[in-house]
Design a protein around this ligand. Sequence first.
Ligand SMILES: [Zn+2]
Length: 71
Amino acid sequence: MGRGREPLVTCDACGRTVPRDKAVEYFKSSLVDVDQKEVVIDLTRRKVYYCISCAKHRKIFEKKKRMIKRE
Ligand SMILES: [Zn+2]
């Protein structure tokens, strides 16, 4: 471990490991199909990270930029 200041996160879309400051934080809720008879909707939002290219691809990055501007 060279620099411990940059925690690594895994992109939820492509699985690539990226530094957290270069990743985009995103909350998503998941629909879990448990059984053919039973569909469980998981309403707890899961925090995921996307790398820049995946975030751009999913139009998440632009939203995030707007949020940063507000600060
Ligand atoms: Zn990615």
